[in-house]
Write a protein that binds this ligand. Structure first.
Ligand SMILES: [Zn+2]
Ligand SMILES: [Zn+2]
Length: 645
């Protein structure tokens, strides 16, 4: 192995001689001015100009920067090869300049943070040779740790710094919190938070925003809100962190409301592209089409329209709100469509029941030379599944690894199980799960359990439940599916048994919850809802709708209910499923002919599906309903899913 260059440098072997050293550095310096072309990376928020933050050492005995120090710093700043830095390090050791704060800080910056020359273990070794590190040294190291693979080291450095009574500045705390965020260390973050008060930095907005981000990422929404309230000057970043915190805490409605709050005269904070991305995500989640359209207009007004990530988000928001025309419009207008844009469009087509169109889009993207990724295949396979295109699905699944070299993940296997299961090929689906190279998870068993419900496969359903119990992953929803299977097969004794078991284990079922957007406001309903201010009117309207639908031939589907109760009582319970309450409210609150858009958190029951088909015909209204995994577009007595969901 060749020795590093500096071993061959005569000046390093010679006794210290200021004159010769100076000329060597001039040589290195000159060398870099002739060879180095790329400017040094610059981050305007940090102290990447260490000389401006010179520690007190600079003002004592070394007060007057000698030309040698200036030359040295200049050489450190312009070094473009690791060997140059090693040469400079050797020189610093020989001259004890390694203990000079400004010199060591510049050197540390280069090895800890500066692009291609950065070397974490070297920077740690170098740092430990500094006898009295200053706060800027610690900041550099902690900041480097926050970006490295071992963010824990940042917290150790911070503790070491406090032990040595080096006072932290707001940047120190900001960097160490960034470290805590990287490994979700709530305890460490809380310690830093205490120290922030001790240090008197509780009004530093940047620091508080980082703290809020930590609490948000550790799912401590209340603490994040508290910190947010304490921030004296909230900038857009602070608002964005708050919005993403609310979305993470499943408070998407509150997140949307901040769009107006942040812009009002009290705060006057302008939403940026990140705000728009976050809010589009919330709109997609809530099925809030009108709000999504508002964000779209805002994006165009502010000139963010050309940003590809925003276009992709718009495509996915519109398709997740069931407005496929608009999704397609954005897709068509997107220049340089990426694989993400195509995948968003394909998934949108798939979820809305346009299986063939999704396959066509998949073929078109290949003709244009865009290579599909694993997301694209998830979209294509779910398109095949939702539209019952079994053979196409099997062939796409086969091509995925053979032609495109993409190893199927558990999600792709999940799509295949869904495809086979829905088509009634339950045995094949079971075989696929037991033979796949990845370990089956609870979701994939649950998918098969859903197919067992569609096809009334009692025995296989029981076997699937056993697998879920084995995984210790059984949820209330699984028992509900099993109850559905038993009740549609008329096994009432088993229904009673499962119910007893659920009671014993105190397993609670997830209450059905539906949302409907009227004039940009999201209204939420749960089963047998009694909270809505227009409760009386809604129930009255629902009774009227039920009467009208019964005249038109709608009959309550008793197998949807889980109790063995007489038919009259069943009809009563079913009539208050949350989606029906949302529809009744929609009829009350919107003019004749308005499309009603409802989102529901559970799988749509057979009775509600029949109810909505008849409703769309009798009331001459389109209904777009998104249940927990797909869309149903009801129009004129039919549904886009062709009763296959
Ligand atoms: Zn229902
Ligand atoms: Zn349907």
């Amino acid at each position: 192995m060749a020795l590093p260059l500096f071993f061959h440098n005569r000046w390093l072997l010679a006794p210290p001689n200021l004159h010769s050293l100076e000329s060597s550095f001039i040589a290195i310096h000159l060398l870099h001015h002739t060879t180095a072309t790329a400017p040094q990376p610059h981050n305007p928020t940090e102290e990447d100009e260490p000389p401006s933050k010179l520690p007190p050492f600079h003002h004592t005995e070394h007060n007057q920067p000698t030309p040698i120090k200036e030359l040295l710093i200049s050489a450190i700043k312009s070094a473009s090869h690791k060997t140059h830095l090693l040469q400079l390090h050797a020189h610093m050791l020989r001259t004890s300049l390694v203990q000079h704060p400004a010199v060591s800080l510049h050197f540390l910056y280069r090895v800890a943070l500066s692009g291609p020359l950065q070397d974490h273990s070297y920077s740690h070794r170098f740092f430990h040779t500094i006898t009295y590190p200053f706060v800027s040294h610690y900041n550099t190291m902690i900041r480097a740790s926050s970006m490295s693979d071992s963010p824990q080291k940042g917290l150790f450095l911070y503790r070491d710094m406090r032990r040595r009574s080096v006072s932290a500045d707001p940047l120190t705390s900001t960097f160490v919190i960034k470290c805590c965020i990287r490994f979700l260390c709530l305890f460490g973050g809380a310690q830093v938070h205490c120290n922030v008060f001790k240090d008197g930095h509780q009004s530093d907005s940047l620091l508080l925003t980082s703290l809020m981000d930590l609490y948000s990422q550790c799912q401590q929404c209340r603490d994040a809100c508290k910190v947010f309230d304490e921030i004296p000057h909230r900038d857009t970043i602070a608002w964005n962190v708050m919005i993403s915190c609310l979305i993470r805490d499943k408070r998407s409605r509150d997140a949307l409301s901040l769009f107006d709050v942040m812009q009002n005269s009290k705060y006057e904070c302008e939403p940026d592209d990140v705000t728009c991305l976050l809010l589009l995500q919330a709109c997609a989640h809530l099925n809030a089409l009108e709000f999504g359209e508002r964000i779209h207009r805002y994006i165009l007004e502010r000139g963010y329209g050309a940003a590809l990530n925003l276009s992709n988000s718009l495509i996915s928001m519109y398709s997740r709100c069931g407005s496929l025309d608009k999704a397609y419009e954005v897709f068509k207008g997107t220049c340089n469509k990426s694989v993400v844009s195509w995948s968003a469009m394909i998934s949108g087509l798939a979820a809305n029941g346009y299986g063939r169109e999704a396959i066509e889009a998949f073929e078109e993207m290949q003709r244009l030379g865009i290579r599909p990724d694993d997301q694209t295949f998830t979209g294509v396979l779910s398109a095949c599944s939702h539209s019952g295109l079994v053979d196409v699905g099997i062939s796409v699944f086969d091509r995925m690894s053979r032609e495109f070299g993409i190893t199927p993940t558990i999600h792709h296997y999940g799509c295949m199980v869904d495809l086979l299961g829905r088509a009634g090929l339950l045995g094949k689906a079971y075989q696929l799960i037991t033979s796949m190279p990845v370990r089956p998870d609870s979701t994939i068993w649950r998918t098969l359990l859903g197919a067992c419900r569609i096809h009334g496969a009692v025995m296989l359903g029981e076997r699937v439940i056993e697998h879920l119990i084995e995984l210790k992953a059984q949820e209330a929803g699984d028992y509900v599916l099993l109850l559905n299977i038993y009740s549609s097969a008329g096994h009432w004794d088993k229904v009673a048994e499962v119910r007893k078991l659920m009671k014993e284990k105190s397993i609670q079922t997830t209450p059905g919850c539906s949302t409907i957007e009227v004039k940009g406001i999201i209204h939420e309903f749960v089963v047998d809802d009694v909270l809505h201010p227009r409760k009386g009117e809604i129930y009255e309207k629902l009774d009227e709708i039920n009467k009208q639908l019964k005249i038109a031939g709608y009959v309550v589907e008793p197998s949807s209910e889980l109790h063995k109760i007489d038919d009259k009582e069943k009809g009563y319970v079913l009539s208050y499923h949350s989606e029906k309450l949302a529809i009744a409210f929609g009829v009350l609150a919107t003019p004749q002919g308005t499309t009603l858009r409802v989102a529901n958190n559970l799988r749509l029951c057979i009775d509600c599906h029949n109810f909505l088909k008849t409703f769309s015909w009798v009331y001459n209204r389109d209904v777009v309903l998104r249940d927990h995994n797909r869309f149903h577009h009801f129009r004129g007595g039919r549904c886009s899913c062709n009763d296959y969901w």
